[in-house]
Design a protein around this ligand. Structure first.
Ligand code: E4P
Length: 217
């Protein structure tokens, strides 16, 4: 499973990248709006930190506008994947971009039927938003499972990027289902390391070692 960070914050990305297990980054207009500086400069900086896909989202709602934004974004750096919203005009743009070799991430996906349409249009990645479905009393993870089954039934190459993950269990469940990628906030990435028994165990090992350290060599 690939791990992406869901943020536009360069410090968080640097911190996660230093662990050596960060595979990519997803941004969206909300995440970008929280950061200082120029959008495109920040994007290029992120691409230089992360050796993998960096998603940047278009804001046009007509296919023509999306295409022109997408070509511009894709030209900024070879790591850029263009995020396109899961609407009819979006899928028209995805089809054209796919024929041009521009990689896409279809975002705001909330159903298996949408994911099926995105795969048929040639999306490189599909982003089903798990947490936002949970927020309205649905079971977001069921959508990931349905998409996995459908994509495997037909051999679609579109990768499933489990998005809107809010806690470590979301990541584990997505991994059990076989989602290709999990994108998560830095807080969730960091929480994945934690277990109180690890901390208690290490403390005990070190204390016991301290008692015998004079006899070690
Ligand atoms: C995915 O690419 C989105 O940026 C993101 O996961 C949305 O998460 P949220 O529902 O926590 O805003």
């Amino acid at each position: 499973m690939k791990f992406f960070l869901d943020t536009a914050n360069v410090d968080e990305i640097r911190q996660a990248a230093s662990m050596g297990i960060l595979d990519g980054v997803t941004t969206n207009p909300t995440l970008v709006s929280r950061e200082e500086g120029k959008f495109k400069d920040n994007l290029v900086q992120i691409c230089e930190i992360v050796n993998g896909p960096v998603s940047a989202e278009v804001v046009s709602t007509e296919a023509e506008g999306m295409l022109s934004e997408a070509r511009d974004l894709a030209g900024l750096h070879s790591n850029i994947y263009v995020k396109i919203p899961m609407i009819r005009e979006g899928l028209k743009a995805v089809k054209t971009l796919s024929s041009e070799g521009i990689r896409t991430n279809v975002t705001l996906c909330f159903s298996a039927s949408q994911a099926l349409m995105a795969a048929k249009a040639g999306a490189t990645l599909i982003s089903p938003f798990v947490g936002r479905v949970d927020d309205i009393s649905g079971v977001g993870m069921d959508i990931i499972q349905d998409i996995r089954t459908i994509y495997d039934n037909y051999g679609f190459e579109t990768e499933i990027l489990a998005a809107s993950l809010r806690h470590p269990l979301h990541v584990v469940e997505a991994a059990l289902i076989g989602a290709d990628i999990a994108t998560m906030p830095y807080k969730v990435f960091d929480q994945l390391f934690n277990h109180p028994l690890t901390d208690i165990g290490l403390e005990r090992f070190l204390a016991d070692w301290d008692k015998v350290k004079d006899r070690v060599s």
